[in-house]
Design a protein around this ligand. Structure first.
Ligand code: FMN
Length: 342
C-alpha cells in the first residue's frame, strides 16, 4: 500500500488510459520473482485446477497477456488475460476509459482493443508458472461471431490454464445477444466441438443485467455443453446513483456501485445451479468483507479489477490474508468449506 500511495497521485494526474498504459509499462519492468506462497487454508481445487489463493485479476487489466507473471508475483492467486479476439483490433475511439473517483467506480467502452490472439499466444507460450486464464471474444466486424469463439478456443487452449468465453461485454454491439436462448445453445455447441481433448476447462462469463428467467436457462445450457464454471459478472449498463461528473459516459460500469447488482446475480446463479457448477464472482469486490460475502454466497473464487485502480495491487494479498484470518476465526480448515455456507 505504501508504494501505491506514492504512485497513485502520478497515475491520477494522467488521463485514465494513459495511466493504465504506464502501469502496464512499470509492471513489465519488474524483475522476475518467485511466486509468493499463501496460507494452506486458501488453496482449493476448482474445475480441476489447484488455485493457491481464491483472489484473481479480472479480464481487461492485462488484455494482451503482457504482465501475468508480475501480477502473480504481486499476490494474485490467478490472472485472467484478454479479452483476446482472433484478429487484432483498435477498439473504440479515445477517450473510452473514465475514473469515477467519488464513486470508486470505472466506466469503460474500450471495445475489445487488443493485439490479437497470435501475438498473445507467442508471449504466453514462454511462461511457466501460476494459473493464467485466457478470456476470448469475437471481432467487432466478424461476419460469424460464433466461429470466432471456436477459433479462439482452438488457438488459445495450448497456452491457457483455463479459457473464458466472454459474451457479456457491453461494448461490442450485439455481443450480449449471444446470451439469449437459441444463440447461446449454438455458441456453446461450437465451443464444445472446438475444445481439444485433454484441453483446459472452459468458463462462461455473464452479464449482471439479466432478467429473472435467464439464470436457469443459462445454467442449463452451460451444464449441457460441459462448461466448467460461470464468471458472474461483467460490467453493467445500468446506472445506479453516481456522483462523478463522468456518470453520463456511455459504457460498462464497474467498481463499488456494481457490488449489489453483482451480489444479486451471484445469488440468482447459486440458486439456479444448486452448487452443481462452480461460480467465480466479480463486480465491486474491494475488501475482505466483499470477498467473504461472495464466497459464502457461493463463489469458489473471486476476481477484481476496478478496486486495483483505487487501492493498488497490494490489495490482493491483503484480501487473501484477511480471508485466511476469517477461516481461522470460524474454525474452518479450508476456503472450500466456506463456499456457499451463508
Ligand atoms: C477498463 C476495463 C476493461 C475491461 N475489459 C474486459 C474485457 O476485455 N473482458 C472481460 O471479460 N471483462 C472486462 N472487464 C470487466 C472486468 O473483468 C470485471 O468483470 C468488471 O470490471 C467487474 O469487476 P470490478 O468491479 O472489480 O472491476 C473490464 C473492466 C474494466 C474496468
Amino acid at each position: 500500500m505504501a508504494l501505491y500511495k506514492l504512485f497513485r497521485p502520478f497515475a491520477f494526474a494522467l488521463e485514465a488510459e494513459a495511466a493504465h498504459r504506464a502501469t502496464i509499462g512499470a509492471l513489465k519492468l519488474m524483475p522476475r520473482r518467485r511466486l509468493p506462497t499463501f496460507p494452506a487454508s486458501l488453496a482449493s481445487e476448482v474445475a480441476g485446477l489447484r488455485f493457491p489463493s481464491p483472489v484473481g485479476v479480472a479480464a481487461g487489466f492485462d488484455k494482451d497477456g503482457e504482465v501475468p507473471d508480475a501480477m502473480l508475483s504481486l499476490g494474485f492467486g490467478f490472472v485472467e488475460v484478454g479479452t483476446l479476439t482472433p484478429r487484432p483490433q483498435q477498439g473504440n475511439p479515445r477517450p473510452r476509459l473514465f475514473r469515477l473517483a467519488e464513486d470508486e467506480a470505472v466506466i469503460n467502452r474500450m471495445g475489445f482493443n487488443n493485439g490479437g490472439q497470435a501475438s498473445a499466444l507467442a508471449r504466453l507460450a514462454r511462461r511457466r508458472q501460476g494459473i493464467v486464464g485466457v478470456n476470448i471474444g469475437a471481432n467487432k466486424d466478424s461476419v460469424d461471431r460464433i466461429a470466432d469463439y471456436a477459433v479462439g478456443v482452438a488457438a488459445m487452449a495450448p497456452v491457457a490454464d483455463y479459457l473464458t468465453v466472454n459474451i457479456s461485454s457491453p461494448n461490442t454491439p450485439g455481443l450480449r445477444n449471444l446470451q439469449a436462448g437459441g444463440e447461446l445453445v449454438e455458441l456453446l455447441a461450437a465451443v464444445a466441438e472446438a475444445r481439444p481433448s485433454g484441453g483446459p476447462p472452459v468458463f462462461l462469463k455473464v452479464a449482471p443485467d439479466l432478467e429473472a428467467g435467464d439464470h436457469g436457462r443459462i445454467v442449463r445450457a452451460a451444464i449441457d455443453a460441459r462448461i466448467d464454471a460461470l464468471i458472474v459478472a461483467n460490467t453493467t449498463l445500468s446506472r445506479p446513483p453516481l456522483r462523478s461528473r463522468f456518470a453520463g459516459q456511455a459504457g460498462g460500469l464497474s467498481g463499488a456501485p456494481l457490488k449489489p447488482l453483482a451480489q444479486d446475480a451471484l445469488r440468482a446463479f447459486r440458486s439456479a445451479t444448486g452448487g452443481a457448477l462452480p461460480l467465480i464472482a466479480a463486480g465491486g469486490i474491494g475488501s475482505v468483507d466483499d470477498a467473504w460475502d461472495r464466497i459464502v454466497a457461493g463463489a469458489s473464487l473471486v476476481q477484481l479489477y476496478s478496486a486495483l485502480v483505487y487501492h493498488g495491487p497490494g490489495l490482493a494479498r491483503r484480501i487473501a490474508d484477511g480471508l485466511a484470518a476469517r477461516l481461522a476465526e470460524r474454525g474452518l480448515r479450508n476456503i472450500a468449506d466456506a463456499v456457499g455456507s451463508g
